[in-house]
Design a protein around this ligand. Sequence first.
Ligand SMILES: C=CC1=C(C)c2cc3[nH]c(cc4nc(cc5[nH]c(cc1n2)c(C)c5CCC(=O)O)C(CCC(=O)O)=C4C)c(C)c3C=C
Ligand SMILES: [Fe+2]
Length: 545
Amino acid sequence: MGIEVLAIHLPSPATQWERLSSSYQASTRDITEMGCAEVGSFTCSTSLQARFSLRPACTVRMLNDCSAIHMESWKISSKFKSLFTNFNPRLICPSSKTHKQMIKRYSSASEALITSEVKETPNNLLVGNEKVGVLLLNLGGPETLEDVQPFLFNLFADPDIIRLPKLFRFLQKPLAQFVSVLRTPKSKEGYASIGGGSPLRQITEAQAEQLRKSLHNKNVPAEVYVGMRYWHPFTEEAIEQIKIDGITKLVVLPLYPQFSISTSGSSLRLLESIFREDEYLVNMQHTVIPSWYQREGYIKAMANLIEQELKKFENPRKVMIFFSAHGVPLAYVEEAGDPYKAEMEECVDLIMEELEKRQIINAYTLAYQSRVGPVEWLRPYTDETIVELGQKGVKSLLAVPISFVSEHIETLEEIDVEYKELALSSGIKNWGRVPALGCEPTFIADIADAVIESLPYVGAMAVSNLEARQQSLVPLGSVEELLAAYDSKREELPPPVRVWKWGWTRSAETWNGRAAMIAVLVLLCLEVTTGEGFLHQWLILPLFH
Ligand SMILES: C=CC1=C(C)c2cc3[nH]c(cc4nc(cc5[nH]c(cc1n2)c(C)c5CCC(=O)O)C(CCC(=O)O)=C4C)c(C)c3C=C
Ligand SMILES: [Fe+2]
């Protein structure tokens, strides 16, 4: 099936993901044709699962199998013309010879460029005439207990976190206020137990510094910035600094290995809105690395950490490797086309393949943690799985936090305290936990390589002309596609829970939560329409007018 057919005939958000993917793939091929590289991937399948289960090893072969006619039909489609110059580094085959050759070529190309043209002045590092910046995106966390409620407000006010139907969008902020106030005591307790605040800022800034050094050592003198979504340093602050520093080429790297609408998607949406409104940024060349879970260096770094932790058990072979990923509401994946689950599963497979190469063939499983609120989240849930494993007689468990690259509340409190206690009370005798990557050198070197590999594509699209400006600017015009993939279903509420049991069960919790949400929405509607109610009495609502 040709790409154009995919673009026209596929109706669901899931298939829009394929279209997005196809656009990336088309662009990669286009770049190939331009003589920059010989990599790319292409899928002839209409199944989302098939696309996401593509093994990187087969992508180059698949590209070669595809007919050039398909590419021609894309080239004449003006709507997608701008996408030809997009490039998605995640489609690089990490284990293939071609990929290695390409990395070598890119590195040497940029080295050649840089060693011959780098001009160092005390405050100024130039690559040719360009000033290169890397923007690391992360979630952010409260630094003190006083920060917890406003941090939670920012988080819940994000329409990518609480997805309200269009009709109720005006209630986003009052609802965020309400939910954040409700959640604050529980969250505060958690942050108090890990020292009174999140370590996320410190760790992310340390990663930024290590990345800067690593890039410098690889002859790419770039400045590295940290932009958080919900707390300081906010993305807006990072962008201000980028402008002050006069950066002319920017690589945007979300610090989430796997893409989710709720994390990288939300940050890119924000970035896109900032870019659209700013003359300087509209003219700044940039590219985005949307996800990088399949990169060889990252997979190896994760395998190294797992191997090291396994050695601490008395009988390493008998240890079950327990991957625990941050969950997302099920509707994100099933209705909005979030690739998060597929990328997570592929990531786990790649790590296990790497371990197998090292003769480590332990049993393993993947579950999802940290669910919040009254909707169904991705299953299996981490807590339920731990209990089941205990019941099945598993005696040794090694928890691997898989969606995070830094320690934070969900590793330090939820895994290390809550899940450990649960495991021990469920019959598991030996518990271990793999640390988050932090500044692990293989990992830092790998993200530095990812940045270098993306450099030839920074500004591959002419973003300064009006046509380009009307299109999405992140990444090089394709985030709009990406956002459209789930916006189309945004108004739909998550599906109902089908299983009903009497008693204080999760389904009861779910329904209670929903009833509470509906009650809150009704109260808020009444309050907004009548101008009277408890929020006005507490002087909360007028704040949002
Ligand atoms: C891949 C990582 C993450 C996904 C996916 C994600 C989705 C998601 N999170 C919430 C709600 C909360 N997240 C909170 C903190 C938090 N979440 C992540 C990562 C992902 N979230 C991080 C790195 C952090 C910061 C932790 C820190 O150290 O500060 C919180 C606050 C903490 C708490 O009260 O538990 C909430 C709430 C939702 C609803 C969601 C998907 C829709
Ligand atoms: Fe979260």
